[in-house]
Design a protein around this ligand. Structure first.
Ligand code: WT7
Length: 566
């Protein structure tokens, strides 16, 4: 089964109402995402259908039906209310991809809280920045990650509750609360918070060029876009077994790792372990996965192991493949046709867009290397960099821009109106990426329009890395840029000028690398450190990252006077 239909027809006749009506969104005054991801599927008569097949890194498997998700998310919601968490409070989920993560996400929404999922590999500084900014009231975590919170808790006056889901009372530190979802009394009936469609739901932190990470704030009605894109782009139908490989610390893992699939009532799978070719193929074969949403870095890693690795498994269950997060090279598309008998379909979007906005729509001709065309309901173009007027010449590169107003567009950067407003020009939302459009309307991604580093589909902000580097005792000044990498597209490279008395050597390089890994995350850790006497700066004293970056990419640096005037 498939939902595929004519792209042209759908694009020309589209109205978001089509999605809202299918979802019966707003019936009985109900707009809460939590309801649409659990209770509604049960009310439709599918309570016994498997909602989640979870597999841990040791191979242990747990399954949850839609009715289980409904009851356990009620348990979480009631627990939070009993502990004094109020609607509108930010509740962070900080754990590996265990069932509690997915179910807490739904539970927090049900009680009206704003969920703030954070990547569990974040170190204490990365965590601190995001919890401090959001004035987060409660964190739900596990034993494994609680230590990081303990070390920063005295600097977080707003953080009242630290909830740990896998420890006994006696192992708690003062001020912590233990919570066992499965051992708690089941909550059959819970009065879901009657939020309006414009009430905040999810807060995802994302990196920009300047300043600290920003919290992109979404609202409950985002589900209108997440549901219909999951249905039409990922092409998931109720009979599918779906696998999204993303971690819910990033937007793909919530929009299409929780909300989209569960609103569609599909069985979704989660593999809580890192990348491994054999393990991934075994997982697909074992659970008979039909729809697979992953990222180009993973595809490149699979390609390295060749089609011979694919042939060891029966992967004929796979029906539809989609990719996101970074440019999907033509080679990846062609290889997947050879390896799996079907191409990966690209999808382009961002934390800020909340849902897929440009894509190789199923059924539409795939042009390998192109991201495809705007999703129905999305008006997309490329704008001239100086005038912000639409470019009409096919093949000419400009800034990707979208007409505001689609349901899952972010509504704010948390307490940063100025930054939010700066993203809109001439009535367009500017994505911050460059692309061209060909004569058939296909978008061809060129690159980002800022200094943000995209490593393996994860954005890392240079400012956050540089700030952390400065906290190392030996570092006087620094610049972080992306350098090319065969697998991850980019990895972080740091240029560092040392304080007097420190000697540049391999030990110091290692010490700085580990310092960043621990403070921020393995993603932010520089893979290379180049020690320099000083860094190139503009006349106003700003470090010229773009010059350093251009050198790494072997690009023409051109007229540096423009860079100097930045
Ligand atoms: C940035 C957004 C999309 C959800 C996960 C990442 C890059 C995303 C593509 C693609 C080329 C892509 C862009 C974008 N990106 N998809 N298909 N082709 N680049 O969300 O962390 O907000 O990152 O990822 O640069 O702006 P995010």
């Amino acid at each position: 089964m498939s939902n595929i239909d004519s792209y042209e027809e759908r694009y020309s006749n589209f109205d978001w109402k089509i999605s809202a009506e299918e979802l019966e969104y707003g019936k009985n005054g109900m707009y809460n995402i939590g309801f649409y991801c659990s209770d509604r599927i049960v009310e439709k008569g599918f309570g016994d259908r498997t909602a989640l097949i979870w597999q841990g890194f040791k191979g242990d498997v747990k399954e949850f039906t839609y009715n289980d998700i409904r009851i356990y998310s009620n348990v979480v919601a009631k627990f939070l209310i009993d502990k004094g968490v109020k609607s509108g409070d930010r509740v962070c989920i900080f754990m590996d991809r265990i069932p509690e993560l997915y179910i807490s996400f739904v539970g927090i929404l049900k009680m009206g809280g704003i969920t703030q999922p954070l990547f569990s590999a974040f170190g204490e500084e990365a965590l601190f920045t995001r919890l401090e900014d959001a004035k987060t009231k409660a964190v739900i975590t596990t034993k494994k990650h609680a230590g990081k919170i303990r070390r920063i808790r005295d600097r977080l006056p707003a953080l009242e509750k630290v909830i740990i889901v896998d420890v006994e009372e006696q192992a708690l530190k003062p001020g912590e609360i233990s919570f066992n979802m499965e051992k708690s009394t089941p909550v059959e009936n819970f009065e879901i918070e009657k939020v309006g469609p414009e009430v905040p739901s999810v807060l995802h932190y994302t990196s920009g060029t300047t300043g600290k990470p920003k919290g992109a704030l979404h609202v409950h009605s985002s589900i209108i876009a997440q549901y219909i894109t999951a249905k039409w782009v990922l092409d998931i139908t109720s009979g599918d077994i779906y696998w999204c490989t993303a971690d819910p610390g990033w937007v793909t893992g919530t929009s299409y790792g929780i909300i989209g699939p569960w609103a569609c009532g599909v069985t979704q799978t989660v593999l809580d372990s890192g990348f491994n070719t054999e393990k991934w193929y075994q997982f697909i074969e074992k659970h008979k996965i039909t729809v697979w949403y992953t990222a180009p870095t993973a595809i490149r890693l699979l390609m390295k192991d060749g089609t011979s690795a694919v042939q060891k498994y029966d992967l004929s269950c796979l029906r539809h493949l989609i990719s996101v997060g970074e440019p999907l090279n033509a080679e990846g598309v062609i290889w997947s046709e050879q390896a799996f008998g079907k191409p990966f379909h690209d999808s382009y979007w961002q934390t800020e867009t909340g849902s897929i906005v440009i894509t190789n729509y199923p059924g539409m001709k795939v042009k390998p290397g192109s991201m495809g065309k705007p999703f129905p309901g999305i008006t997309a173009t490329v704008l001239d960099q100086k005038t912000f007027g639409p470019i009409t010449t096919p093949g000419k590169v400009g800034l990707i821009a979208l007409k505001p107003g689609w349901p899952s567009m972010f509504r704010a950067y948390w307490e940063n109106k100025e930054m939010y407003d700066s993203k809109f020009k001439n009535g367009w939302y500017i994505c911050g990426d460059r692309s061209s459009i060909d004569s058939e309307g296909y978008f061809w991604f060129v690159g980002r329009d800022d200094d943000v580093i995209n490593t393996g589909g994860h954005l890392v902000g240079p400012f956050e890395i540089e700030s952390a580097l400065l906290e190392h005792e030996a570092v006087a000044e620094s610049a972080a840029v992306g350098k090319p990498d065969a697998v991850n597209m980019e990895v972080v490279k740091a240029f560092v000028a040392l304080k007097p008395g420190y000697e540049a050597n391999a030990d110091l390089e290692l010490s700085i690398m580990n310092f960043i890994r621990k403070k921020l995350s393995p993603l932010a850790m520089p893979q290379e450190i180049e020690f320099v006497e000083s860094l190139p700066k503009t006349r106003s004293g700003k470090i010229m990252r773009r010059l350093l970056r251009a050198k790494e990419w072997g690009q023409e640096i051109g007229d540096t006077s423009t860079l100097e005037n930045d």
